[in-house]
Design a protein around this ligand. Structure first.
Ligand SMILES: [Fe+2]
Length: 234
């Protein structure tokens, strides 16, 4: 992608995780896992992620093929969308893929399902993952391809006190804001990054990265980014 071998950068990020002192309890892959819409692409992704020895919760982005992804990533340790539990945390992995649209969309049924899933886990802390940004990023070109029903989505998640954070990919940059008492967090890409606050498409010079999240039993979240070249957490 634009001169970057995204398979190589993903492999380098995974190697860095494997070298780390803390192994993940779960991996959340927040979409755009492949861009060629082939079964081989998802098989390669699965082969690369499996050695981490942790559940891999996957959700589709605008460049994914949700049908092929569901078919290829539906056996442990992989899971396509849905919900999962870790300790007293409930994880929701949402599908915002829309045909012929780089923006994200939910059907009315999907919005109802999010509401139902959150109503069913009031006794836990909840964290919601999706591909598209549900709040503006401050970049004109990116903000036309965000989540289409951002208002409806935010109304639903804000109506449940147990929702601690919403986390997304898509925007190739790190951000972390508090809105309606919910942490709103974006994650850099395992390949190249986009320059924040740019009106037109502009690449950033930052290296590939991943975000770690530490979900505390009492509901707090610690999080940070590990950038590939420096391996320095921020
Ligand atoms: Fe995307």
């Amino acid at each position: 992608m634009r001169g970057v071998n995204t398979c190589d950068t993903l492999e380098a990020v995974l190697q860095q995780i494997m070298r780390g002192s803390r192994r993940p309890d779960a991996i959340i892959a927040t979409g755009d896992l492949v861009q060629d819409e082939t079964r081989d692409g998802y098989r390669r992704f699965a082969k690369m992620l499996k050695p981490l020895g942790a559940p891999v919760y996957c959700l589709p982005g605008n460049h994914d093929s949700p049908d092929i992804m569901r078919e290829q990533l539906n056996e442990a340790p992989f899971q396509f969308c849905g919900t999962a539990s870790i300790g007293n945390w409930q994880l929701l992995m949402l599908n915002t893929h829309a045909e012929n649209d780089n923006g994200g969309q939910f059907s009315a049924d999907q919005l109802t399902a999010i509401d139902d899933d959150l109503a069913a886990c009031r006794d836990k802390h909840a964290i919601v993952f999706l591909h598209h940004h549900p709040i503006p990023m401050g970049s004109r070109w990116l903000d036309v391809v965000g989540l289409r029903q951002s208002q409806e989505f935010m109304e639903i998640v804000s109506s449940y006190a147990q929702v601690r954070a919403v986390v997304w990919g898509h925007v190739h940059q790190a951000s972390d804001h508090l809105q309606n008492d919910i942490r709103m967090i974006s994650t850099p890409s395992t390949c190249s990054q986009f320059l924040p606050n740019s009106n037109n498409f502009t690449m950033d010079t930052l290296p590939p990265a991943y975000r770690w999240l530490h979900l505390h039993p009492e509901g707090n979240i610690d999080t940070g980014i590990v950038w590939l070249e420096s391996a320095k957490s921020v």
